[in-house]
Each structure stands twice: as structure tokens, then as C-alpha cells.
Design a protein around this ligand. Structure first.
Ligand code: WTA
Length: 666
């Protein structure tokens, strides 16, 4: 299917229009709010002036000559300006009280914690940057980071930014094949990984996955840096492994490309000047799923991205100097980049970094962490909240959550019941809930209430951030009437927008800018109500959002086609109580007599190995044929109807409609 294809929507609204009533933050919260009352009026009066003010809040080595150069879809923000992202996250906080303020509080899955002040984080990053340099990494080189949620992951991202290298973080749940594809596409010179990762007490051999990935087609990789988890847990200050531990260390791989991080770091000087970067120099590439089988390397640059993430992080969450901020996302996704690393650290905030799962060792883990570290701002995903609801209130009631001030949500639509539960039981009806809509591509939050300033409606992501415009359009490209479903679009450039797809400008134009020229199309459907509140419906392309992970139907299908037994495959999403959506796969086999149960188990395992465990399908149907149009295109709508257990839709254009009677479900 070509990239620009998307479903058409019904003309009128489906489902409820949501609550008519709005909620306000408490008078106490409003009285202490930091964000100025007139921020919306100010940004509407002078949009570019508003962004220029936000940019001025960063540290620039040289001020920009122009704010915006817009030649759709090509954009340049703060042209002529020079800055460094790591300098903004570290050096400029070292002059005053923030020098000794905690920057990162790491909480390990086993309950150990480690705190780094801004000064300590600065020193670690400088040493890490010198290590990268000593391994031949220079400005513009790409570095793939395949790591769990540990301090060194943040350190290595900032170390890359410090020397002008482009990091490309690959989520630690991906398989060797998926990692290989991303390393090769970005042509990484260096890979950083750990010996082990840990999830729900289980050890994941990350280094083994890297070794497997490098076995073919990654000749670009010159060195692999391995962070040893035991050293990281011990404070990672280079004290080194001793006696028995040294003996236990895996022998240095026969491959001379492998380097142990903490060993090498010990000789590195703390001093490392930050590279002067142009505003439009690349900061990172992050892969996300598109509607084809090949993932898209979303490119973000420095000046606009930093401006956007710092401003949104401060305004949306009403950030205060003494806040303890915790975002539960993984650093391997955009939420981790923008709202664990760059936004909060640019603002000098204290960030909690948690390595593990919400239910390990027990289902109260998140509440225990909030209580232990006195978290004030909590940012998580609806899929997690739905699990908490299912697990019940007793887990919450064991802990004191009174430190919480602001709650937020991201990744999927949060329905009003879930919103209300979050507001009532986690926030004690005292904390504003900010449902934030945005994407890997937008880089920063685009739709959200501002805590304490905006009114809220349970289930709605409220309205565009100051200085951002968002429209719901009908197919003709007109702004849809309120209450009508339409396509969620952005008509004006914003600072943190992606600049292109790495190495593929054409695909960038075709994917996002070809539906209505000069207008960004998000791939989501939404509607606006009569009060101007936005309600997100979900994706209208072939991207499926499973527990907040974007998975491309085509990526799953092309992976399945690599299995010798598979003749044809189709993948669709189905509503799931906890995950939001789950994958349902339809497969026709080359050998129709193959034992069905075994085939289904094998395919499930194969997908986990080919993409990652999160791509394991909920259901697999074996069928003799797939429903197709006369031109041979698979009709996903029908498959979706089957997956959802609905009556079949219109089958008049379908070839051989009897095929659906032959389904075998696993
Ligand atoms: C979905 C995550 C409803 C949406 C930051 C979008 C949401 C995709 C919300 C981007 C929300 C994200 N309400 N849906 N508040 N936030 N989405 O790139 O479909 O991993 O297009 O970025 O998640 O996912 P991505």
C-alpha cells in the first residue's frame, strides 16, 4: 500500500461528543501557577515573537539571524543561530544552586537507586564524550544506542550531543533483525549497548542481540561500547570490577571492535568543550513505524527541537524549581527523548529514571516509587492506567501519593472513565490531568491543557499549545464543522517538527505533505467540539498502536512473508481492554496440511524474534485465502470486522467471498 493511503471517515461523529462540562484546577493550584494568564493571547498576537522568546530562554553561542524560513515542507528555524543541546542541559546549570541539585534519580528494578547532581551528570557526560572522541567519533557521525533504562543511556545521548554526533536510540525491546535494519539504514559508526538488561527480574542479553545484529550487513560499525550493568549499579564511577566479579566477566569478545565502557572511561578527562552546532544541525534520528514495511528514520535538528521541548515541558506541567518529575516512558521512544532527557534537563529539573516494569516485584511498584522519591509530576500512558484500574485500589492505598501535583498522559486516546479514575484516585481530585497529543514526528507536545491555566474535559487533549495551530480537516481540505470527524493536521510550521526522513526526502514529502500541499498530516483522525476541545479518534493509516507502541501492519506482514511456510499475510488492529489495540494476523500457508497449532505457535515466536516481543500477535487466523479487491488488494476493513467480531461490512467488491468461512483461529 502506498504511503499516502488512508481510510475515509464517516461524515458525522461517531460515539459520544464527550462531556459538556469543563473542570478547573483547584483555586490553590491556580494561585501558585507559574504560567502567565495571557500566554494564549500573546502567542496569537505574535506567533513567531512567542517562539523567539522561548528560544531566548536557551543558551546560544550566537543568536539567530531569522526566526523562520518556510518553504513548505522545508523549514529552517532560528537560522544562523548556534548552540549545543548538551550545553543547554548541563553547563548552564552549573553556575548557581542547580550545580548540586539532583538531575537524575535512577531507580533500579531491584530497588537500588543512584542520584546524580547536575555537576556529576556533567562530569559523566564529558568523560563519555571524550571516550567517543577517542574511538574516532566526530561531528555528524551516527551512533546507535541500544540500551535499557539506566543512567549511562542518558549520559551517552548527551555525550553524542556534546560532540555533535547524531544519536539513534533503538528501543531495547527490538530484536536483532530490527536493530540491524536500523543500524544499517543510519550507517552507524559506533554502537553502544549493555551486557545485560533486566525486565521483571529476567535478564536480557542485550550484547548478544547486538552481536547477532552485526553478523551481517553492518560493515559501517567500527566499534561497540559495552556498559556493564554491575558497574553501572555500583555508581559507575569507574571504580572497576574486582576479584570474583572480574573473573565472572565474559571474556572480551574475539571481536576487537568491543570496548568496555567503564574501563575505558577511567582514563578520560572531565573536560570536554561542547561543539558549536548550527540551529539546523541534526541532533538525532529516531525510527518509527510508517505504513510501509520499512521504518522511518525521523530527523530532528537542534535549535527548534530544544526550544519546543523546553517550552512545552515547562508550560504544560507548570514546572517549579523543586519539582520531582517522573515520566515512565522508555528512552527508546520519542517521549523519552523529549520528556525524560532534553526538555526536563534543559529546564534544570530533577528527573526520575525507572528501569523496570510497573508490576515488579508487585503491582504497587509505581506508587511505591512516587512515595519514595516524593514525585510531584507524573507522566504515563493510558495503557498503564488501564492496568492499574484492573489491579484495583488496594495497591494505591498502601502508599502516600500526596506529593503529586500534576498528572499527564500520552500515547493513545484516554477515555473519559480512565481519565476520571486517574484524576480521582491517583491525583486525589487535586491534580490537573494533562492529556498530551503529539508524535515522534512533531517532537513536542502539540495538544494539551496547560496545568492550572486551561480548563479540562475528561478524555480530551484540550487545545493547541500556544504558538501551535492544529486543524481538523475534511477530505476536501476544509476545516471540518465541530462535531464532525476529520483528519488531524497542522497548517503552520512549529519549531520541533521533524525535518525529513533520514536519507529519504521523497518519502517525507509523500507521507506527510502530499494530502493537502503545505499542510502536515498526522495520520490521526479527530474532532473538535463546540467549545473548541479536541478529541482524538486514532490512526487512519495502517499503523497500529499497541500499548502505546507504534507498529506498522506492513512491517508485520513483510516479516511474516520471510517465513518459508507463509504464502500471504495481513495484519490489522483490534480493540483491547488494556493494550488499547492488539495485533490480529491472517495468514495463508504454502502447505495447507501443516499442523495448525504448531504453525500458530511457531509464527508467534517468529514475529517476536523478527521484530520484538511487543509485536507478538494476540490472535492468528489461518485461512485458505484472503479477501481482496478485484485488483488484488487485501481488504483490511473486512479483516478488521472479523477481528473485532463484528458483522461483515460491504463485500460487494470482493473476490471469492466464501474464503472467510474457512478461517481457523489460534
Ligand atoms: C497516538 C508518542 C490520543 C496517535 C508521543 C499518534 C495519541 C501516535 C495521544 C504517535 C493522545 C499519542 N491521545 N492518541 N494523547 N498521544 N497518540 O510517535 O495515534 O510513538 O499519531 O509518539 O500515538 O505515537 P508516537
Amino acid at each position: 500500500m502506498s504511503e499516502e493511503k488512508f481510510e475515509s471517515l464517516s461524515k458525522t461523529q461517531s460515539g459520544s461528543l464527550g462531556e459538556p462540562h469543563t473542570l478547573k484546577a483547584s483555586p490553590d493550584f491556580i494561585a501558585n501557577r507559574s504560567v502567565a494568564e495571557d500566554v494564549y493571547a500573546r502567542s496569537t498576537r505574535d506567533r513567531l515573537g512567542f517562539w523567539e522568546e522561548r528560544a531566548s530562554e536557551l543558551h546560544w553561542f550566537k543568536k539567530w539571524d531569522g526566526v523562520l524560513d518556510w518553504n513548505p515542507p522545508w523549514v529552517r528555524w532560528f537560522e544562523g543561530g548556534q548552540l549545543n543541546a548538551a550545553y543547554n542541559c548541563l553547563d548552564r546549570h552549573l553556575d548557581g544552586d542547580r550545580r548540586t541539585k539532583p538531575a537524575v534519580i535512577f531507580e533500579g528494578e531491584n530497588g537500588g537507586s543512584r542520584t546524580l547532581t547536575y555537576e556529576e551528570l556533567y562530569a559523566e557526560v564529558c568523560k563519555g564524550a571524550n571516550l567517543l572522541k577517542s574511538l574516532g567519533v566526530t561531528k555528524g557521525d551516527r551512533v546507535t544506542i541500544f540500551m535499557p533504562m539506566i543512567v549511562e543511556t542518558v549520559v551517552c545521548m548527551l555525550a553524542c550531543a556534546r560532540i555533535g554526533a547524531v544519536h539513534c536510540v533503538v528501543f531495547g525491546g527490538f530484536s536483532a533483525g530490527a536493530l540491524r535494519e536500523r543500524i544499517a539504514d543510519v550507517q552507524a559508526k559506533l554502537v553502544i549497548t549493555t551486557d545485560d538488561g533486566q525486565r521483571r527480574g529476567k535478564i536480557i542479553k542485550m550484547k548478544g542481540i547486538v552481536e547477532e545484529a552485526l553478523r551481517v550487513g553492518c560493515d559501517c560499525v567500527e566499534k561497540v561500547v559495552v556498559v556493564e550493568r554491575r558497574q553501572s549499579e555500583q555508581g559507575g564511577t569507574g571504580s572497576g570490577l574486582q576479584g570474583k566479579e572480574l573473573a565472572k566477566r565474559e571474556p572480551q569478545a574475539a571481536d576487537p571492535r568491543f570496548v568496555f565502557y567503564h574501563d575505558a572511561l577511567r582514563d578520560m578527562p572531565v573536560d570536554c568543550p561542547a561543539e558549536v552546532m548550527d540551529a539546523e544541525d541534526m541532533l538525532f534520528v529516531l525510527y518509527t513505524s510508517g505504513t510501509t514495511g520499512k521504518p522511518k528514520g525521523v530527523v530532528h535538528t537542534t535549535g527548534g527541537y530544544m526550544t519546543g521541548v523546553a517550552a512545552t515541558h515547562r508550560y504544560v506541567f507548570d514546572l517549579k524549581e523543586d519539582d520531582i518529575y517522573w515520566c515512565t516512558a522508555d528512552v527508546g521512544w520519542i517521549t523519552g527523548h523529549s520528556y525524560i532527557v532534553y526538555g526536563p534537563l534543559a529546564n534544570g529539573a530533577t528527573v526520575v529514571l525507572y528501569e523496570g516494569a510497573p508490576d515488579y516485584p508487585d503491582k504497587d511498584r509505581y506508587w511505591q516509587i512516587i512515595d519514595k522519591h516524593k514525585v510531584t509530576i507524573f507522566y504515563t500512558a493510558p495503557t498503564a492506567i488501564r492496568s492499574f484500574m484492573k489491579w484495583g485500589l488496594s495497591y494505591l492505598e498502601k502508599h502516600d501519593l500526596s506529593s503529586l501535583r500534576v498528572l499527564a498522559s500520552v500515547g493513545e486516546p484516554i477515555n473519559p472513565e480512565v481519565w476520571k479514575w486517574y484524576y480521582k484516585y491517583v491525583g486525589g481530585e487535586r491534580c490537573p490531568v494533562c492529556d498530551t497529543w503529539w508524535q515522534t514526528e512533531t517532537g513536542m507536545i502539540m495538544l494539551s491543557p496547560l496545568a492550572g491555566l486551561s480548563e479540562m474535559k475528561p478524555g480530551s487533549c484540550s487545545s493547541p499549545f500556544p504558538g501551535v495551530k492544529v486543524n481538523v480537516l475534511n477530505r476536501a481540505g476544509e476545516v471540518a464543522e465541530w462535531g464532525h470527524n476529520g483528519y488531524l493536521t497542522v497548517p503552520e510550521p512549529w519549531p520541533a517538527m521533524m525535518r525529513t526522513i533520514y536519507g529519504d526526502d521523497n518519502r517525507y514529502v509523500k507521507s506527510y505533505w502530499s494530502h493537502w500541499p503545505g499542510i502536515y498530516f498526522s495520520g490521526d483522525a479527530a474532532r473538535r467540539d463546540q467549545d473548541g476541545f479536541f478529541w482524538i479518534i486514532g490512526r487512519v493509516d495502517d499503523v497500529i498502536n499497541v500499548s502505546g507502541h507504534r507498529i506498522s501492519a506492513m512491517e508485520v506482514e513483510s516479516a511474516l512473508l520471510e517465513h518459508p511456510i507463509v504464502a500471504e499475510a495481513a495484519c490489522v488492529g483490534k480493540t483491547h481492554e488494556v493494550k488499547g489495540q492488539a495485533l490480529v494476523v491472517f495468514v495463508t500457508l504454502r502447505d495447507k496440511d501443516a499442523p495448525k497449532d504448531e504453525v500458530i505457535a511457531e509464527l508467534r515466536q517468529f514475529l517476536a524474534g523478527r521484530i520484538g516481543a511487543f509485536a507478538r500477535p494476540e490472535e492468528i487466523y489461518l485461512t485458505n485465502d484472503l479477501p481482496k479487491t478485484r485488483s488484488g488488494k487485501i481488504i483490511r476493513r473486512l479483516l478488521k470486522d472479523i477481528a473485532e467480531g463484528r458483522a461483515l461490512g460491504d463485500t460487494t467488491t470482493m473476490e471469492g467471498s466464501q474464503v472467510l468461512k474457512e478461517l481457523y483461529k489460534g
